[in-house]
Design a protein around this ligand. Structure first.
Ligand code: NDP
Length: 309
């Protein structure tokens, strides 16, 4: 089978799979390339705001997205794209596994990665008590005392999820009022295992072989340290921008790709969708990523239809 596609979608999350579903229905030969099927959404332990499902795990929802993309003829290739080059009317793509692909148009649905605290101990204790994934690592903290850092949706949802395992969870937030969806905030406040600590920052994570305590910037219950066996860092995400530089795309100061209403970017033939963009008023949800994927696929189709080779 030829490695030339009408459309290559880079990123296998909600935006990427939806773009593929729409592209297939526009009869575009399309390929989705992504290292992790489902992207960060697949790590959500519970999604309650994707219409059609009262509740579903991120993993199950993303599996359904993938199945639907493949059902309509989209191909999915699990690998990491390491290089993109524009060559006249084609884009040349190389993957870490050594595969080469070409496409007439691209949709970048690159998603985002966990933001790091960048404090002492964070990297040293990764996998030894420090985690960014409550869904993956929650069960390791059965009956333990742990902390979650952050104050928005991810942090509050993580604390609630972790209360299924841990004995006690300190939710440590730097400001005075949580800013998660009120429905989640209320659940956290009512949860007896969750203790919310406001207006405190964590300065360092300490331990011998594994996490034992957090050093705080202000005293909590008279002490500047808090004994915990684990800490979940849930402080948002940063766009995956490595490939963006290859193409010279215009992005905002945080690195999110600037898109127009139709998902088009500053480079002709390159569209973008999902968490990596400035779109959807920066409401980064599965539903907005999926919608941007659909819009970008339509724009890619129009672009190819109107283009003369
Ligand atoms: P957000 O960017 O919304 O929030 C990040 C949180 O971390 C804020 O409370 C922020 O504090 C705090 N923070 C950032 N940097 C630091 C730092 N260096 N030290 C301490 N605290 C810090 O990220 P989320 O991951 O919560 O959400 C991202 C997007 O994903 C949102 O659109 C959210 O709605 C969505 N989401 C949806 C879910 C779902 O629907 N199932 C689940 C989880 C997320 P401050 O408030 O002071 O800025």
């Amino acid at each position: 089978m030829s490695n030339l596609y009408d459309l290559i979608i880079i990123g296998a999350g909600p935006a990427g799979y939806t773009a593929s579903i729409y592209a297939s229905r526009f009869k575009l030969k399309n390929l989705v390339i992504g290292e992790i099927s489902g992207g960060l959404a697949s790590e959500a332990h519970l999604i309650e705001n994707y219409p059609g499902f009262i509740e579903i795990t991120g993993k199950d929802l993303m599996e359904k997205f993938r199945q639907q993309a493949e059902h309509f003829g989209g191909k999915v290739f699990n690998d990491n794209v390491i290089e993109i080059k524009k060559n006249k009317n084609e884009f040349k793509i190389k993957t870490r596994g050594g595969k080469d692909f070409s496409a007439r148009v691209l949709i970048l649905a690159l998603g985002s990665s966990y933001r790091k605290l960048n404090i002492k101990g964070e990297r040293e204790f990764l996998g030894k008590g420090v985690s960014y994934c409550p869904t993956c690592d929650g069960p390791f903290f059965k009956d333990k005392v742990i902390a979650v850092i952050g104050g928005a949706d991810s942090a509050v949802m993580a604390a609630i999820h972790l209360s299924e395992f841990a004995k006690q969870i300190y939710l440590i937030y730097r400001k005075e009022k949580l800013r998660a969806e009120p429905i989640w905030t209320e659940r956290a406040q009512l949860n007896k295992k969750i203790k919310i600590i406001y207006q405190i920052n964590v300065l360092e994570i300490q331990g011998r072989d594994k996490v034992e305590k957090l050093i705080l910037d202000k005293p909590y219950r008279g002490k500047n340290e808090l004994e915990v066996s684990g800490v979940f860092v849930e402080i948002g995400s940063v766009p995956n921008t490595v490939l963006i530089k290859d193409l010279g795309l215009v992005s905002d100061k945080e690195g999110f790709i600037n898109i127009k209403e139709d998902g088009s970017t500053s480079v002709s033939g390159v569209f973008a969708a999902g968490d990596v963009t400035t779109g959807s008023s920066k409401l980064r949800q599965v539903i907005t990523a999926a919608a941007e994927g659909a819009i970008a696929a339509k724009a890619a189709y129009n672009f190819l239809k109107n283009k003369r080779y």
